[in-house]
Design a protein around this ligand. Sequence first.
Ligand SMILES: [Zn+2]
Length: 229
Amino acid sequence: MRITWLGHAAFHIQAAGQDILIDPFWTGNPKYPQGYEDRLTKVDTIVLTHGHEDHLGDTVRLAKKFGATVVAQYEICMFVNGQGVERLEPMNTGGCIKREGVRYCMVPAFHSSAVIRDGTPVTMGDPAGFVIEAEGTAVYHAGDTCVFSDMALIQRIYRPKVGLIPVGDRFTMGPETAALACNEFLDLEVIVPIHWGTFDLLHGDPHEFARRVRRGRVEILEPGQSLEV
Ligand SMILES: [Zn+2]
């Protein structure tokens, strides 16, 4: 499995012959590695953790361009369907689906999920995390969330080996609580800090996070950098 960080919470995962994008916030993301899209020959699936613009990002455009299927909570699927995306896998918290040798399980996250239209929030369902498993390796993308003790249940049930964990603070866990999540509740071999450094508002320092983690190996990636697991 190859995991490439595209800045913020955005990833490209390649496994079982599938090209999977998570939270493809590319346009307007100062950490997106410019030109990365030109290297893609296909996109099979786009996974969305929640409906905020910094996660929904370029989903509608990319889904249409590549004929990709959107995997997300029901409300988000209906929202992108209204914008012309036809291939959808609606699901909800606690559920799993399997597509082309890859298993997608939606797990809880504590956050909000709405888009603002004409000054009014439009609900995008509940926020989520995902465990994506292929070829015997499971990856936990925590979405945007605080720490919660049921992360231990996520670890117990889905046995993720890799964690993509927000550390930027303000809107999600910061270094201290993200390290607590890894040390107390999760049991990850490899941990990639995400949702940091994109904007000045996200002041959580991934190096401070790495210093605090005692369980698992922290890999601080550069945008565009890949990890083989
Ligand atoms: Zn976010």
